[in-house]
Design a binder for this molecule. Structure first.
Ligand code: SF4
Length: 164
């Protein structure tokens, strides 16, 4: 989904977004019903903030490494959770708005001009994000202060376009 600005090789080399300290545990990807059905024989799950996530296991440094992370990157390939396909972008709830943000953690993407990121979000991601939010509104995480906002749409627009 992000190939134009972030390659598989960039991600396989970095792996930062697949490890979570306790303070970052809100960031763990949500495992939707379809994916859970596909991988339930291989992975165990937990519930965090009322959502299904991979079982949380902290190591001695207090880091939870995603169990789907292999030597060459994510073992789930194109079946990975939507949160992961979208990262370092995030759709977040801010009042009546869904805001599209970018995580300051991803060095590669944050080196690009902000104008390029805004254009990429609006042209390449927005329709997919809207479709996802319309299908799974409860899976949208709350806005976290400090995440730069690149674009937004209102929840009421979404329900209006669904009913029209
Ligand atoms: S599912 Fe894959 S991409 Fe997502 S956090 Fe786990 S290893 Fe990383």
């Amino acid at each position: 989904m992000l190939n134009r600005i972030l390659t598989e090789a960039d991600c396989a080399e970095c792996r930062l977004c697949c490890g979570f300290y306790e303070s970052e545990i809100w960031e763990v990807p949500i495992i939707g019903d379809e994916l859970a059905a596909l991988i339930s024989g291989q992975y165990a799950f937990d519930i965090v903030n009322n959502q299904r996530v991979f079982k949380i296991n902290y190591d001695e440094k207090g880091l939870h490494l995603c169990p789907a992370l292999g030597k060459n990157g994510c073992r789930l390939g194109m079946s990975r959770p939507f949160d992961c396909k979208l990262w370092p972008f995030r759709a977040m709830k801010l009042g009546e708005l869904i805001v599209i943000t970018v995580s300051p953690l991803c060095k590669t993407v944050n080196e690009l001009p902000l104008s390029e990121l805004v254009e990429f979000v609006n042209l390449e991601l927005m329709d997919k994000i809207k479709a996802r939010v319309a299908k799974y509104p409860a899976q949208v995480k709350d806005y976290v202060k400090g995440y730069p906002i690149l674009s937004s749409f209102s929840l009421s627009d979404l329900s209006a376009s669904r009913t029209s």
